[in-house]
Design a protein around this ligand. Sequence first.
Ligand code: DX5
Ligand code: ZN
Length: 236
Amino acid sequence: MTIIAPSILAADFSRMGEEVRALDEAGADWIHVDIMDGHFVPNLTMGPAMVSAVRPYSDKRLDVHLMITGVDAVLQQYASAGADSVTIHAESGPHIHRSIQLAHDLGMQAGVAINPGTPLETVTPLLDDVEMVLLMSVNPGFGGQRFIPQTLDRVRRLRTLIGLRPVVIQIDGGVTAANAAALVAAGADSLVAGSAVFAGGTPQAYAENIEAIRCAIDGRRSRDLFRDGITADGAA
Ligand code: DX5
Ligand code: ZN
């Protein structure tokens, strides 16, 4: 089953705990937490305090995406805050392999993320050490951006690079019900979605949006998809 990981970057920050509980009850598999430091990306969002604040609101995996520099100095804080996994950008420093080791030493699962302009081969040396590879399908820093279509071919090529290793491919950025099926068909295991899940702004809407993504992947029509005329294979 495809892992749906809504990004709380698109949530109402003034009610984040309730929003995480609503995602949990709406059928999210993981909770994607977008950490940004204003240096690695031109935006500043949240830090370990937010991870510990939302931890009590869901038992599901807190899938922490670190869009920051100086990762090694703060990994302990994310482990203490309750992060189940951290995904570290290969571009964020010279010692990505050491950071992955440190995340594991702290008891967290570890992923490596790469931006749209970073060659896939960058992750090859890490494929025996990580549990996940996150392929950015937008340039990191903001929600609500347009999906970069070249990502589909990168998913297929990455799946070949991974081979039989038990490594999850996660796609992050511009994911919607319209492109979800193609991404899964290309080899994606986990889809991050912020604006596509939070559209409508109510817990009921979150559940419908998650279901619409699942229906698109399964080739079923959901009420929303039918209304919008989007077919199961994502054609509008
Ligand atoms: C962007 C973040 C993504 C983003 C996804 O830097 O890593 O997780 O919040 O938001 P949408 O789904 O709206 O593109
Ligand atoms: Zn993210």
